[in-house]
Structures are given as structure tokens and as C-alpha cells.
Design a protein around this ligand. Structure first.
Ligand SMILES: CCCCCCCCCCCCCC(=O)SCCNC(=O)CCNC(=O)[C@H](O)C(C)(C)COP(=O)(O)OP(=O)(O)OC[C@H]1O[C@@H](n2cnc3c(N)ncnc32)[C@H](O)[C@@H]1OP(=O)(O)O
Ligand SMILES: Nc1ncnc2c1ncn2[C@@H]1O[C@H](COP(=O)(O)OP(=O)(O)OP(=O)(O)O)[C@@H](O)[C@H]1O
Ligand SMILES: O=C(O)CCC(=O)C(=O)O
Ligand SMILES: [Fe+2]
Ligand SMILES: [Mg+2]
Length: 348
């Protein structure tokens, strides 16, 4: 069990430069200083889902992936418990999505350069001719210092649902805007089946949830999210690069031994629709067969009662090593553990 204060201090130093005090739009934000707090014991004690704390007069005791509150209907709650995901239609207003889109375009045009932001290119694009603007960018990550994009994470509609999984003290741990490019024919626009927990050095998994919002109509043609319902009840599986002939994007690890016969659900979503899903849920996304760049925005949230874990000696060590080698090679940054790389921003 990790008593995280020393690590927190170290990581806070590392990120403090990248943090900016609370957003203008919402005085509710506190600067990150990035940290999950408290040992596991605190997390468990604070956990309304633990069986002892559930009032049997309210919802039945079998709930372990959702918390007691009045936001979810019984049906919605049961659906998430059984399937590990829940789609809420029309949750994020169109005007907000337009603002995220505009800011993404500014970032691609390099008019703004948020501190800490990671820009990823599709592997076929990265290894071919230069492309201007958004056509070079397959996703951006870690936009916590960009107030415009970060307003997605503080959107009251989103937070209202996030609380059903994390409880009231919420950290935004990882952010992405995915701009899935038209497939070059090599199928590199696919995202292999994976569990997001593979990338995360904090626990418990039931206190983590991803919100993923479609920024346009998304279906099988432009590469929708594909989930394997119920897999959140399993454990974290070993991940590695899929053996795909046309190449695979850097760090897009997949589950090697997934059961190809398990039924998949293709999530067809409209602009503003949002899916909340558990970090153990096996999911991926298909090829983008259209000429458009398919956009979605997402944030992984966690309870601030979560605690960091050391991935050394676990199946996650592979991603830690890869990231360390990459950062050393590209930026000369010496090896630091994954748990000191991933820094959240607190929502107040
Ligand atoms: C720890 C992470 C946490 C994540 C949590 C996620 C949770 C959710 C789960 C999601 C999990 C999803 C998984 C995640 O996202 S995991 C998290 C993503 N990781 C990062 O963001 C790490 C930081 N990123 C970077 O430093 C840059 O973006 C890199 C270094 C990757 C590219 O930097 P840049 O764009 O400036 O590149 P360059 O021009 O200098 O080229 C350097 C070399 O790299 C080749 N190259 C470039 N692009 C690709 C590519 N796409 N596929 C294959 N290779 C690529 C390129 O050809 C060249 O190689 P070579 O020609 O020399 O051989
Ligand atoms: N061999 C594989 N290993 C890991 N993941 C895979 C593999 N083949 C496909 N996938 C993943 O399966 C998911 C869905 O694939 P699926 O074939 O059902 O849909 P699609 O490719 O979007 O649509 P279509 O089959 O109509 O082209 C995607 O996440 C894709 O990346
Ligand atoms: O293709 C997408 O939008 C989802 C990608 C994904 O699952 C991830 O980056 O973790
Ligand atoms: Fe994912
Ligand atoms: Mg397919």
C-alpha cells in the first residue's frame, strides 16, 4: 500500500509548471498538484459501495460498480453493473462541442501550445510526408492545462454522472481528444482491444471511470467504439502490440488472448452522446472508412481516495518501460516510474 506523500511532492514539482490555477469559467477548479491521496484503507473506508455501507432499504446489495445516489435510474445502474458501460444520449451541448473543436484546430495550427500536451500522429502519417493542420494529428492527450478543453471535464452534466462511479471527490487523471484519421488502407486507424487500466498506476479500479463523448455522428463507417459487454468483471489482462501487418500505433497495446467469439457491441452515437465505462472493460475502435477525421473527447476520472501503485513486477511493467525508453530517447528524461508520470487535476 502506497503512502503517497513523498511521491506526490515529487510529481507535484514535475507538474507544477504545467498546472495553472483554476479556470476562469469555473472558479470551482483548484490547481492540480496532482494527486491522489491516501492509502487503500482510506479508499475502502470512504467507499459507499462496500457492502457494509449499502443500505438494504435503498438499492439491493449486489451493486459493486456504482454508488448510491439519485442520478441513475435502477435500470441504468443495473445496466452498468452488468455491462461495464452506460450511454447517456445528448449529454454535452452542441455549442460546447464546437468550442472543443475550435480549440483543437487552434492547437493543430500551433496558435496555442498548452503546457504538458502530447500530440500523437497516426503511424502511417508519422512515417510519410508532412501534413499540415489536423491531418497530421491522430490524438492529443493531457490537455489538463488548457482551460477551453478542460471545461469538458468540469461540465456539470458530465460530473453529475461521473460521481455515480467515483463519489464526490473527483480527479481528472487523463484527457484525450481523438481525431481518428481516414484509414490509409493499412488498417492503422484501428485501436486494438484493450483495457484502459493497463495504462493506469492507481487503484481501486471501481473508482475510475472514463467519459467519452462523440463530437459528431459515429458509427461503424468512421470507426465507432466497440465494447465487449461484461468484461469489466474480469481481471487486468496482459497487453502487447497486436501482430498486425500494416503496422500499429505507438503504445497501442492490445490484449493478446481475447476470446474472438465473445459478442461485441458497436456503439453508434450522435454528437453529444456520452459513454461512461469501467477501466477494465475491453474495448477498441474500428477502421475509419470515411474521408473525415472522426472526433471524440474523453477524460478518465478517479476518486481522490485512489492510491498509486508500483507497476514493477506486474503486467503493466511493459508500458512503463516503453514510456521510459521513449522519453529517454526523445527528450533525454531519465527513467521515472509510471506512477510519477500520471498526474491528475482536482475538480472542486
Ligand atoms: C502513460 C501514458 C498514459 C496514457 C493513458 C491512456 C489511457 C487510455 C488508454 C489509451 C492508450 C493509447 C496508447 C497511448 O496513447 S499511451 C500514452 C501516449 N504516450 C505519450 O503520449 C508519450 C509521449 N509522446 C511522445 O513523446 C510523442 O507523441 C511521440 C514520441 C510518441 C511521437 O513524437 P513525435 O510525433 O514528435 O514524433 P517524431 O517525429 O519525433 O518521431 C519519433 C519516432 O516516433 C515515430 N512515431 C511517431 N508517431 C508514431 C506512431 N503513432 N506510431 C508509431 N511510431 C510513431 C516516428 O516515426 C519516429 O520513429 P523513427 O522514424 O525515428 O523510427
Ligand atoms: N486481431 C485483432 N486483435 C485485437 N483487436 C482487434 C482485432 N481485430 C479487430 N480488432 C478490434 O476489434 C474492434 C472492432 O472490430 P470490428 O471488426 O468488429 O469492427 P470494425 O472493424 O469497426 O468494423 P468492420 O468489421 O465493419 O470493418 C476494433 O476495436 C478493432 O481494432
Ligand atoms: O478510438 C477511440 O476513440 C477510443 C480510443 C481508446 O480507447 C483509447 O485511446 O483508450
Ligand atoms: Fe481505451
Ligand atoms: Mg473489422
Amino acid at each position: 500500500m502506497t503512502k503517497a506523500s513523498d511521491e506526490m511532492a515529487a510529481t507535484a514539482l514535475y507538474v507544477r509548471e504545467s498546472g495553472r490555477p483554476g479556470g476562469p469559467a469555473t472558479a470551482r477548479l483548484k490547481i492540480l498538484l496532482g494527486h491522489l491521496q491516501g492509502p487503500a484503507a482510506t479508499a475502502i473506508a470512504a467507499y459507499p459501495t462496500s457492502a457494509a455501507n449499502i443500505s438494504s432499504s435503498y438499492h439491493p446489495q449486489q451493486f459493486q460498480y456504482t454508488l448510491d445516489n439519485n442520478v441513475l435510474t435502477l435500470e441504468q445502474r443495473q445496466f452498468y453493473e452488468d455491462n461495464g458501460f452506460l450511454v447517456i444520449k445528448n449529454l454535452v451541448p452542441e455549442a460546447d462541442i464546437q468550442r472543443y473543436r475550435n480549440q483543437f484546430e487552434r492547437i493543430c495550427r500551433k496558435e496555442v501550445a498548452p503546457i504538458g500536451l502530447q500530440i500523437m500522429k497516426d503511424v502511417t502519417i508519422a512515417k510519410s510526408e508532412f501534413h499540415a493542420d489536423e491531418k497530421a494529428v491522430t490524438k492529443i492527450q493531457d490537455f489538463q492545462s488548457d482551460e477551453e478543453l478542460f471545461s469538458y471535464c468540469t461540465n456539470p452534466q458530465i460530473i453529475k454522472y461521473v460521481e455515480c462511479f467515483t463519489g464526490p471527490n473527483i480527479m481528472a487523471m487523463h484527457t484525450m481528444l481523438i481525431n481518428k484519421p481516414p484509414d490509409s488502407g493499412k488498417k492503422t486507424s484501428r485501436h486494438p482491444f484493450h483495457q484502459d487500466l493497463h495504462y493506469f498506476p492507481f487503484r481501486p479500479s471501481n473508482s475510475i471511470v472514463c467519459a467519452w463523448t462523440a463530437m459528431e455522428h459515429i458509427d461503424r463507417n468512421n470507426g465507432c467504439l466497440v465494447v465487449i459487454p461484461g468484461t469489466h468483471k474480469g481481471t487486468l489482462k496482459p497487453h502487447d502490440y497486436p501482430k498486425w501487418e500494416g503496422g500499429v500505433n505507438i503504445m497501442f497495446h492490445g490484449i493478446q488472448d481475447y476470446d474472438a467469439n465473445q459478442p461485441r457491441t458497436h456503439l453508434v452515437m450522435e454528437k453529444g452522446d456520452t459513454v461512461f465505462f469501467h477501466p477494465l472493460l475491453i474495448h477498441g475502435s474500428g477502421r475509419n472508412k470515411t474521408q473525415g477525421f472522426r472526433k471524440a473527447i474523453s477524460c478518465h476520472f478517479a476518486s481522490s481516495n485512489c492510491y498509486y501503485t508500483d507497476v514493477k513486477g506486474t503486467s503493466q511493467e511493459i508500458i512503463e518501460k516503453e514510456l521510459q525508453n521513449l522519453l529517454e530517447k526523445k527528450y533525454g528524461i531519465s527513467k521515472i516510474p509510471l506512477k510519477k508520470r500520471i498526474v491528475g487535476r482536482e475538480l472542486l
